[in-house]
Design a protein around this ligand. Structure first.
Ligand code: PEP
Ligand code: MG
Length: 573
């Protein structure tokens, strides 16, 4: 019996899961070059491997069509075309016969040649993108030659916990989420996309576990405690029992929160706030309503762009926005215009490699540069406004000029549509407060916007100069640092001075240590993952707004984040 051991990381999504590990890690694909006597046998081997790889990709493709959609599955068609390209396959056979080398060696030589050729064609980004597909195809054929299994996330058909180095948004597209009971990744922080997605899927997750993939083996039983950031590998029966009990407790607590569903979001002394949900797709409105959400405080519209193989059309966008505002009606829905760039790339946008993508060409910067794309999105939004209560928000605003320019373009599209007889709703136009330079000028912005929403995921990262997804600097990613608290308070006060509505849609809005402080500041709206809403409403009910205001006054005078945490814990017993 192998003894059990723990892997620790950052608690990213609450809950307990006990399942077998599914390791998303490439197996050892190394081989040694050797001279071959029976070359004909090698030709048979390569054809056999190509055949098996093709069948496998076809299977993955049809599975992906069912789970993530026909467009997304198209990437596998490209791989099949590479794999069956007669020029490529013939060249591998010729290489074996002419050089007396193994199938593995010939496959590598010919693939390297293709990759070098694709890379050398200047200015053709499409071909450069295909290099990834060629590499994937190569790996798959080689795995068949070496008789080892590659992980195939889209073929998972039983309950598992995913163990991976990093889980990007594109990996999510390959999962049938019904079978995914939890995640643990080597990389990532609490606000990385895997963390946010796990919370919306309501499955436990641990991120930034640094060595999970080197310590956990495929098929090993693991316990994932997403609330504590602890993963137990090879647990004995007693431990499994203990955690099954914890799981039952967790579910009971969740059920107890149900009673808050129909209740207003008020403090102990009756001060009303709004609790809203963050969503990534129109389907997610169901979870917001089921969890008693009073609106959508952030619809990350970029998911529409990422789940498509080309720019989504005005009509496609209109359909999605209309569905969200109609489903939520009469509750308000804040839709954020495209926030692509940073860690969210689009193959068809053909972004150039940047040294600092998080400080680079992204979000509103792309929208103001590629105005036709921005205008298409704005038209879709304005048309959808007729069907509910729509607010539009611009991401990554750094300067007043950017906001003014974006608003001007919006106004032009709005006026054109109205002139043409388009029915429209009463739209509010606001901005994300997520860049420190803008936050410091919040008093000026407050005069021009209809509302602000504080994006703490980025605001903290930029303030502390600590990448939100890098576990090596996660100790610096400090939501409770007095500097961050001061900045947030300044934004809230500035908005209120101008009688403007101020929300928070960063993950901090649902963080039990931050909520008392935000209540003390008088934040109007708390927008978060649907699964955190009831917990936040129940916490709010126990807070006295005047006591929390005193707490904030003390917290902004603190010196360290730890001091602030201690103050909050003392004030909220
Ligand atoms: C934020 O930065 O806080 C935010 C809500 O936006 P995103 O997480 O999509 O960057
Ligand atoms: Mg952001």
């Amino acid at each position: 019996m192998v003894s059990s051991f723990e892997v620790q990381g950052i608690a990213a999504s609450d809950g307990i899961a006990i399942e077998k590990a599914y390791l998303l890690k490439d197996p050892d694909l190394s081989f040694s070059p050797k001279r071959i006597k029976n070359v004909n046998n090698e030709v048979v081997r390569i054809h056999d491997a190509l055949d098996k790889a093709e069948k496998e990709i076809n299977k993955i493709k049809s599975q992906a069509q069912k789970t993530v959609g026909v467009d997304e599955a198209q990437i596998f068609q490209v791989q099949i075309e590479i794999l069956t390209d007669p020029e490529y396959t013939q060249e591998i056979s010729n290489e074996i016969l002419e050089q007396n080398i193994s199938a593995e060696q010939a496959l590598k030589t010919v693939t390297d040649k293709y990759i070098a050729k694709f890379n050398s064609i200047r200015g053709n980004d499409y071909l450069k993108e295909r290099v990834f597909d060629v590499r994937d195809v190569y790996k798959r054929v080689l795995a068949h030659l070496l008789n080892v299994d590659l992980p195939n996330p889209s073929l998972i058909d039983k309950d598992v916990i995913i163990v991976a180095s990093e889980i990007g948004t594109s990996s999510f597209a390959q999962f049938n989420t019904k079978y995914i009971k939890g995640f643990i990744s080597d990389l990532g922080g609490r606000t990385s996309h895997v963390a946010i997605m796990s919370r919306s899927l309501e499955v436990p997750a641990i991120v930034g576990a640094s060595d999970a993939t080197s310590k956990i083996k495929n098929e090993q039983t693991i316990i994932l405690d997403g609330s504590q950031g602890i993963c137990i590998v090879n647990p004995d029966q007693a431990l499994i029992e203990k955690y099954r009990q914890k799981e039952i407790e967790f579910k009971k607590q969740k059920q107890a929160l149900e009673s808050f569903k129909e209740q207003p979001s008020v403090t102990q002394d009756g001060i009303k706030h709004t609790i809203a949900g963050n969503i990534g797709t129109p389907k997610d409105t169901k979870a917001v309503i089921d969890n008693g959400g009073e609106g959508v405080g952030l619809f990350r519209s970029e998911f529409l762009y990422m789940h498509s193989s080309d720019w989504p059309t005005e009509q496609q966008q209109f359909d999605a926005y209309k569905q969200v505002v109609s489903d939520m009606k009469p509750r308000p829905v804040v839709i954020r215009t495209m926030d692509i760039g940073g860690d969210k790339n689009l193959p068809y946008l053909q972004l150039k490699h940047e040294r600092n993508p998080f400080l680079g060409y992204r979000a509103i910067r792309i929208s103001l540069d590629k105005q036709d794309i921005f205008r298409t999105q704005l038209r879709a939004l304005i048309r959808a406004s007729a069907f509910g209560n729509l607010w539009i928000m611009f991401p990554m605003i750094a300067t007043l000029n950017e906001f003014r320019e974006a608003k001007k373009i919006y106004k032009e599209e709005f006026d054109k549509l109205v002139k043409n007889g388009q029915k429209v709703g009463k739209i509010k136009v606001g901005m994300m407060m997520e860049i420190p330079a803008a936050a410091v000028l919040a008093d000026k912005f407050a005069k021009e916007v209809d509302f602000m929403s504080i994006g703490t995921n980025d605001l903290i990262g930029y303030s502390m100069a600590a990448d939100r997804g890098n576990e090596k600097v996660s100790y610096l990613y400090q939501p409770y640092n007095p500097s961050v608290i001061r900045l947030i308070k300044y934004i809230v006060d500035s908005a209120h001075k101008e009688k403007k509505y101020v929300a928070m849609c960063g993950e901090m809005a649902g963080d039990p240590i931050a909520v008392p402080l935000l209540v003390g500041m008088g934040l109007d709206e708390f927008s978060m993952s649907a699964t955190s809403m009831l917990k936040t409403r129940s916490l709010m009910k126990h807070l006295d707004s005047k006591e929390m205001k005193t707490l904030v006054d003390k917290a902004i005078e603190a010196e360290t984040a730890d001091e602030v945490v201690q103050m909050v814990k003392k004030a909220v017993k």
